[in-house]
Design a protein around this ligand. Structure first.
Ligand code: BDP
Length: 631
């Protein structure tokens, strides 16, 4: 739904903050009163008829990043507070009843720091740009006349050494070179810091007593699977719970009751990855029904959770799904597209899954932050295996390894695991990408983050992605799988494809000798400008990108017989970055363009991935049509 939006500064002006000093107003809530007066005019702007305002208040689509929506360059690179507002008329029955239902306002994500008011009353604050947050707004609505619900959001995209991802604000104080109060946002990661309300905003209701959380884990042998569950209920202590597990035909296969228990499934249909089975992504549905007596009324809450039955194990040389070796032949992605930036976009999501299927990719890493729940749902349903990564990208500054950052990182892992713990597609957590793990404080930092992640979810392996030297990495001792990024013949020895066999072989052998853990090549790649050609291959041409891939592949083919368990290309598609001398309208390491058209490298990878997939005997005999992918 469209939101009204303004970048006008009624909140603290960016130049007034001192992110470096101790007097930061960054997280200080602006007064709700300011919001109200500022938006009195906006409340009457009709949408969509009045779609272009020249004043400070403009129409803004949600979900979307705000950066690329207008022609205003200052909005594109804007750092600081922005405001969104929308009025919604709620159904009256949402506000009636004894006890009245809970009305909840939920944001799929908003980047980076959000403060939300309903009818002028602050209801929630949230830090972090890639995970959901919500607020029970029932009491506010009961105190407000009528069913009008005015939602106001103040959003701040400033990154500091303690945010995730980290960044820093640099004030340029040389008055001969910069205007007064001039500052820049520095970041140590390679994608545009898009901001806005990026994922859907929904209002929903539950009864006053409701199912708050469900945790499901699965184990299985040949003919029997066990589904362990734990359900938490809020709002009543006098409740009953009944559970029913149904297969895809709707047949009930197991039942249970109570908040903790185990369901036994005979001859289970296991959840298999795409291309590992003729029926990948098999999902049961677990219906959880709660009944509770509250204030003399019988309340009922029902939640249906998709459940995939599968196991994950790691040995010193293999990654096992359902006891069978799994080889990651996949991609790294970004949430990124023209105009909408990082805003959720269904056509783009479905197009990307069709391209993954076309490519024969069985997996991706959510580089470098958690992706939308809508994307994760499709991974579960299609059998696309996910390495689920936190926004811990660009942790380079020594101060970002301190206790303040660490505590926030732990909280983010809690939010991520609460959101994604029941997803069969998620087979491993990645807590960070390319941190400065050669710094001594990285040892305590990663030991703590990884231990915390494992305590929250003992059922999955944990890793972080490194580009540090194998002998100097202080975090690697704590991971289950070594994930290593390297750019031989690109950032190192640019133009020299001939160094790849030697250097890549040494990379694998050194890591394996040191840790005896399986290894994923979690990034490798080269930029190519689509349509740029040269033979012999030169950097930035399509030929160079494909030649580099082939050099890497010949080493992978030797080492995957030993302990290399995966290869993830950098990157699925070209994506936007900050401007800089090494970026031509963004990063061009995509095998697809930003508009999702294939470069030559896409065809090389497609041949390879299908060949690897066909080495497995359980594939359907002929895979030619996209109809295979539509379940
Ligand atoms: C890697 C980073 C990734 C970058 C890539 C590149 O993990 O985010 O986009 O390099 O420079 O080191 O293309």
């Amino acid at each position: 739904l469209p939101f009204y939006y303004s970048s006008q500064q009624t909140a603290p002006q960016p130049p007034l903050w001192s992110c470096a000093g101790g007097n930061s107003q960054l997280w200080e809530a602006p007064a709700a009163k300011t919001v109200k007066s500022h938006f009195l005019n906006a409340l009457f702007l009709p949408f969509p008829w009045n779609s272009c305002q020249t004043g400070p208040v403009i129409d803004m689509p949600v979900p979307a990043s705000f950066n690329d929506i207008t022609q205003d360059p200052s909005l594109e690179n804007y750092i600081g507070w922005v405001w969104y507002e929308k009025e919604v008329l709620l159904p009256l029955r949402w506000l009636q009843g004894d006890p009245a239902p809970r009305v909840v306002l939920r944001f799929g994500s908003a980047h980076y720091y959000s403060i939300v008011w309903v009818n002028g009353v602050q209801v929630v604050e949230h830090e972090g740009g890639h995970l959901p947050f919500e607020a029970d707004i029932s009491s506010v609505l009961q105190g407000s006349p009528g069913a009008l619900c005015r939602i106001t959001v103040a959003l701040n995209n400033t990154l500091t050494p303690h945010t995730l991802p980290p960044g820093s604000i640099q004030y340029m104080t040389d008055k001969t070179r910069y205007p007064k109060n001039y500052f820049v946002q520095n970041i140590k990661f390679d994608f545009f810091n898009y901001a806005g309300i990026h994922r859907p905003v929904v209002l929903y209701t539950t009864p006053a007593a409701y199912i708050d959380d469900i945790t499901v884990t699965t184990t299985s042998s040949e003919s029997i699977a066990m589904v362990q569950y734990q359900v938490s209920v809020v709002g009543s202590t006098a409740y009953s719970l009944s559970l029913s597990l149904r297969d895809q035909e709707g047949k009930e296969v197991a039942t249970g009751d109570g908040p903790v228990g185990e369901l036994k499934v005979l001859n289970p249909n296991l959840w298999w990855p795409y291309l590992m089975h003729e029926n990948p992504g098999y999902l049961y549905s677990l219906e959880v029904k709660m009944q509770a007596q509250v204030a003399g009324a019988l309340l009922e809450d029902i939640y249906t959770l998709p459940v995939g039955i599968r196991t994950v194990h790691v040995t010193s040389t293999q990654f096992l799904i359902n006891g069978r070796p799994f080889y990651f032949h996949g991609v790294n992605k970004h949430e990124d597209a023209d105009i909408r930036g990082k805003g959720l976009d269904w056509p783009l999501i479905v197009k990307d899954f069709n391209l993954l299927h076309w490519l024969g990719a069985n997996s991706f890493r959510t580089s470098h932050y958690p992706y939308a729940e809508e994307i994760m749902d499709l991974c579960d349903a299609y059998g696309i295996v996910v390495i689920d990564e936190s926004p811990g990208v660009g942790i380079k500054l020594p101060e970002s390894f301190g206790n303040k950052s660490l505590q926030h990182h732990l909280a983010v892992m809690e939010e991520l695991i609460r959101r994604d713990k029941n997803r069969p597609s998620v087979v491993m957590w990645s807590v960070a990408n390319e941190p400065a793990s050669e710094l001594p404080p990285a040892a305590h930092y990663f030991k703590t983050v990884i231990a915390h992640t494992k305590a929250l979810d003992p059922s999955r392996p944990v890793t972080f992605v490194t580009d540090a030297n194998y002998a100097l990495d202080h975090g690697a001792p704590y991971v289950d799988v070594i994930c290593v990024n390297s750019y031989f013949s690109w950032y190192h020895d640019p133009g020299h494809l001939e160094v790849i066999p030697l250097q890549l072989t040494a990379q694998f052998e050194n890591w394996y000798k040191t840790y005896q853990k399986p290894i994923i090549q979690s990034e490798y790649g080269a930029d190519s400008v689509p349509g740029l050609h040269s033979d012999p291959p030169m950097m930035f041409t399509e030929e160079y990108q494909t030649a580099m891939l082939r050099e890497y592949h010949s080493v992978f083919d030797k080492k995957r017989k030993e302990y290399v368990i995966g290869e993830l290309i950098w990157n699925f598609a070209d994506f936007m970055t900050s401007q800089g001398t090494t970026r031509v309208l963004g990063n061009k390491k995509g095998i697809f363009t930003r508009q999702r058209q294939p470069k030559a490298a896409a065809f090389v990878l497609r041949d390879r991935y299908w060949k690897i997939a066909n080495e497995s005997s359980c594939l359907p005999p002929v895979v030619t049509s996209h109809s295979l992918f539509l379940k």
